[in-house]
Design a protein around this ligand. Sequence first.
Ligand code: NAD
Ligand code: WQD
Length: 336
Amino acid sequence: MKILVTGGAGYIGSHILVELYTAGHTAVVVDNLSNSSIEAIKRVEKIVGCKIPFHKLDVRNRAKLYQIFAAEKFDAVIHLAGLKAVGESVAKPLDYYANNIDSTLVLLDAMKHYKVYKLIFSSSATVYGTPEKLPLTEDCQTGVGITNPYGWTKFMIEQILIDVAKANPKMQFTLLRYFNPIGAHPSGTIGEDPNGIPNNLLPYVAQVAVGKLDHVNVFGDDYDTPDGTGVRDYIHVMDLANGHVVALQHMKPGIQIFDLGTGHGVSVLEIIDAFTQASGKKITYKIIERRDGDVAACYASAAKANKQLGWKTARTLEQACQDSWRWQSKNPNGYN
Ligand code: NAD
Ligand code: WQD
């Protein structure tokens, strides 16, 4: 299939490109490079051994997006383009609503115009807000306890897609709710390259290990979890990327929703320990107060994707930390 990948230069998108080409698909990337580097695409091209068509473009640029749709005849779209920093979304809500929602509306309009019916959307476990139960399943309530505009954009886009699919029975939409993606391609040539000080745990720990940051601040050790620190479902980004390739093979009219996670919860201290083993570096940490908006624990059941897509994660936490360390130690300044 020929796939339009919006946001394909980003962390997850670059790994999806590798998996798409490895499975025999081709892709065209549209990305405005607002949170990524063209170097990521060049490195993916090295991994897959061919050129990947790239357009530096905001998805909201309807006229140019139409031109690309007219020229390319896509079989499907994977829509990753979006802003994703939780804290920044609280400070700049209009930027987040405008970017994430408008880009989806323009994309849906172009798909309708050019009769492209298949869409995979990068949703997030954040739509569950405060988990109704653990492990989370796809039928759990969403929207209760979402604490930031970023999370609301994912919730709202899901609703938009549900409504559009209802109105047009030809539409085949798959919403993938990612849990916590970590790790990197095993080559160590592509990986997560956050701007400035990382917000997420794994890149923060990796930068402490490589000596760019002094210590990890652990946000609270008084949660109702086995060691008191927050528990999350960390999924290797290559497993997540593979989930998209498998989802493409199982598209059907209407809406399908899948959680993509490992099904296991891992604590902050367990992450620090696993990264210490993988890197062989001492990782100092300090327990500080809880971070506003954090939940104690969040992990997927992973059963639906396993049953209906035949997909499950294949890589361990240890592998994820090793791959992340390979990327971080070979590229201490990311793509720069
Ligand atoms: P990323 O920032 O690395 O990638 C997003 C890409 O989209 C970037 O390359 C950015 O330049 C591009 N982009 C943003 N707005 C755009 C626009 N209007 N037009 C064109 N390009 C635009 O983030 P990521 O971690 O790879 O995440 C990819 C998607 O997955 C996002 O939608 C994100 O919300 C979602 N997601 C990420 C996580 C996570 O923890 N990383 C978890 C759940 C869901
Ligand atoms: C993980 C755990 C923190 C940093 C966020 C978004 C979510 C999704 C993934 C896109 C928590 C603790 C963290 C640090 C710490 N993104 N922590 N010290 O919060 O589960 O999810 O990214 O959709 O929407 O909210 O991920 O990596 O920030 O935190 O102790 O310096 O690590 O408290 O328990 P989170 P995270």
